[in-house]
Write a protein that binds this ligand. Structure first.
Ligand SMILES: [Zn+2]
Length: 314
């Protein structure tokens, strides 16, 4: 057999679901009948010795078996990542009947590839925050492209990461939907083992055990924290705008103060303490302090008789 004028990259080949025997047979019959093969696609990018096959992995062995020429067309890419992204998008565009798992996988891969260019070299807190924002925007844009939510895209990415760690056969089974495992099961298996979420927020800022019904409230402080970081990023963006060509009349200091106040407002009112009045226990009468939610914020906790004394002494 003559040597192929291109290489097959196992990592790229791995991105493509292999054809079922049935699909292989119908493809072979179609090629034999019409004596026509849709051209495969090979990609080149700088510093690459030989082109790499990006599309046509199913047709190539049939052509070889039937002694047919395997036609190709070439696409030039900036780098390997851009070529891989093309492969992922090409799968979503051209393969109908993708399984649920395959769709999630390709959306996840797209997100992992497209969020990359923002990562890496930029350093410092400012770029870290802005980077988070950019990643959020990427998730939103891809979500809109596929008509799903941004949260789905992030879950898809976890799923795709986990799938990529599986041995080829298992990967095949998961993506074809034959493994009997849910996407969540696959994704959670790929993650390092963590203590269960319920064990995370069991005590409040004073070490008091958080009642069951208030745990979600304490868990929500993560989201409040994330929004506060977004406000920091907005302050930086406003500063850039106010120093730019259209910012002469913007009073940056005033806008900054307002945004800082908003952030302070959010942060000060996050759940930090189990309610010092009802101690998170529901009685006959609803608790006036926490409205029976079982939690309160630090400043309210400190106003409670006894607690401020304790705080002073500490
Ligand atoms: Zn209460």
């Amino acid at each position: 057999m003559t040597k192929l004028p291109f290489d097959i990259d196992p990592e790229i080949a791995c991105l493509l679901p292999s054809h079922t025997d049935e699909q292989k047979e119908s493809l072979r019959a179609e090629i034999a009948e019409h004596m026509h093969v849709d051209p495969g696609v090979v990609g080149t990018w700088p510093c690459l010795d030989r082109p790499v096959l990006l599309d046509g992995h199913g047709r190539l062995p049939i052509c070889q078996a039937e002694h047919l020429i395997f036609p190709t067309r070439t696409i030039k890419f900036e780098n390997r990542e851009a070529a891989v992204l093309w492969v992922v998008k090409n799968q979503m565009k051209n393969r109908r009947n993708l399984t649920d798992a395959q769709q999630a996988y390709y959306r996840g891969e797209q997100f992992l590839l497209e969020k990359k260019p923002h990562g890496g070299d930029r350093k410092g807190e400012k770029s870290k925050v802005q980077n988070e924002l950019l990643i959020g925007e990427t998730a939103k844009r891809i979500a809109e492209e596929h008509g799903v939510s941004a949260a789905t895209i992030r879950r898809d990415a976890e799923f795709a990461k986990a799938v990529d760690t599986l041995p080829p056969k298992e990967k095949e089974e998961v993506l074809s939907g034959k493994s009997g495992k849910s996407k969540e099961e696959v994704a959670s298996k790929g993650k390092p083992t963590k203590p269960p979420a319920a064990a995370e927020a069991v005590t409040d800022a004073e070490g008091v055990e958080v009642p069951e019904h208030a745990r979600l409230a304490f868990a929500a402080t993560k989201e409040i924290n994330a929004v506060c970081k977004q406000i920091d990023a907005i302050i930086l963006s406003v500063e850039e705008i106010s120093n730019g060509p259209g910012g002469r009349l913007i009073r940056f200091d005033s806008v900054k103060q307002q945004l800082k106040d908003a952030k302070g407002n959010l942060w000060a009112n996050r759940p930090t303490h189990v309610c010092p009045y009802c101690h998170g226990k529901k009685g006959k009468k609803p608790c006036e302090c926490c409205k029976d939610q079982g939690w309160t914020a630090k400043h309210i906790w400190h106003q409670t008789p006894g607690n401020n004394e304790k705080a002073k002494r500490a």
